[in-house]
Write a protein that binds this ligand. Structure first.
Ligand SMILES: Cc1ncc(COP(=O)(O)O)c(C=O)c1O
Length: 386
């Protein structure tokens, strides 16, 4: 790279400034750490941002997914359609309820679930379809909803990487019955750990609000006489605390800026990588599809795929942090493979993505020069291994 100075480019970095620190200190200086006004304020702010009629804070996206199936009361003998190319949380949430995830392969252009393969995977045991907006590119939800309607299925949208994802100008999470978001540190915004469940249905929000807090029939603020409450359903402790909520409120205020920066970075990096032989990119924003630009995953050709770890290592030495979304098709992870006996040749597209992709950073912690540096580093890394 010679003439370019070495840079340190982490894959993700939480964007926490003075406002977040002040907000956290305010909570710490007060008497309320849980069950307070901040969680309610965060729910309103997030709901306003994505235009959701109902939002419920939860402790993680995994908790939101689990609650979605728990609400549905699925269990042994039930099945849920789950994309093969995603985070293991999508399948675990189904397993935790005792039901079976039935995996469906990905499509090549976006990495999203191959909608054509959903219907053949539906049986009379299927209760729900899980949709993941992979790397922030929206799934064609009209088609999914038609299938769901025809077979009377609940739709759970995993929006862990999809704040700022719109399909036909409607935010991800508002098509299905629930939308589940993650505020883990490398995500579009963070509360350290944390999540949000949005839903178009008031009754779903109300019940999940109870189920996330032990199934108690009235929250602390609703109890006129302390100690007087009943438990009329099962529930977890999946609450988000006031410190996390305070962070979330400040982060929502900055979301437009974060998303603008991601888009700019993505476009610059995409152009920079465009001229490099041996790699291709997923489809990004076009027409009705608005991506949240979580990262830019490159797909290596067959020859380079065999050198992927050397390339990742070389990028690391150049200071470029990378990730892999996701390291294996979920059904090929040992737990699922042992339990359901999937063979290595199943889910060929999801496997190909897991084998050949490298995720590059485009987060708001980076600028134009970083993008130019990443493109240059990729070019050099590929030359080195050829
Ligand atoms: C698609 C997807 N779903 C769910 C999760 C889990 O999110 P959380 O860590 O908030 O539980 C992740 C985490 O990266 C993810 O990528």
């Amino acid at each position: 790279m010679g003439y370019i100075e070495m840079r340190e480019i982490p894959f993700g970095r939480p964007m926490l400034g003075e406002e977040e620190k002040k907000a956290v200190m305010e909570v710490l200086n007060g008497p309320i750490l849980v069950h307070g006004p901040k969680a309610k304020e965060f729910e309103s702010a997030f709901a306003g941002y994505v235009r959701a009629p109902n939002a419920v804070t939860v402790s993680s996206c995994t908790a939101a997914l689990h609650l979605s199936y728990f609400y549905l009361d699925i269990g042994e003998g039930d099945e849920v359609i789950v994309p093969a190319q995603t985070h293991t949380a999508a399948a675990h949430a189904v397993e935790l309820c005792g039901a079976r995830p039935v995996f469906v392969d990905a499509e090549k252009d976006t990495g999203n679930i191959d909608i054509e393969q959903i219907e053949p995977a539906i049986s009379d045991r299927t209760k729900a379809i899980s949709i993941v907006h992979y790397l922030g590119m929206p799934v064609y939800m009209d088609k999914v909803l038609n299938i769901a309607k025809k077979h009377n299925l609940f739709v759970v949208e995993d929006c862990a990487l999809a704040i700022g994802t719109y399909f036909k100008k409607v935010h991800a999470g508002l098509f299905g019955d629930t939308g589940c978001f993650s505020f883990y540190p490398v995500k579009h915004m963070t509360t350290a750990e944390g999540g949000m469940l949005i839903t178009r249905h008031k009754e779903v929000a109300e019940k999940i609000c109870r189920q996330k807090a032990f199934g108690v029939d009235r929250h602390v603020g609703e109890r006129k006489i302390p100690g007087v409450y009943d438990v009329n359903m099962l529930g977890f402790n999946y609450r988000l605390n006031e410190i996390q909520a305070a962070l979330g409120i400040e982060q929502v205020k900055r979301m437009n800026g974060f998303l603008k920066k991601r888009k700019e970075n993505y476009e610059i990096l995409s152009r920079g990588l465009g001229a490099i032989d041996g790699i291709r990119q997923f489809k990004s924003t076009h027409g009705d599809y608005q991506s949240s630009y979580y990262c830019l995953s490159i797909l290596l050709n067959e020859q380079l795929t065999s050198k992927r770890f050397e390339i990742i290592q070389s990028l690391k030495q150049k200071g470029v942090g990378t990730s892999v979304y996701y390291p294996q098709a979920v059904p090929h992870f040992t737990y699922y493979k042992n339990k359901y006996k999937y063979d290595d040749n199943s889910f060929p597209v999801a496997s190909w993505i897991s084998r050949s992709s490298i995720a590059l950073p485009v987060g708001p912690h980076l600028d134009v020069e970083d993008m130019e540096y990443i493109a240059e580093s990729v070019k050099d890394a590929l030359m080195e291994v050829k």
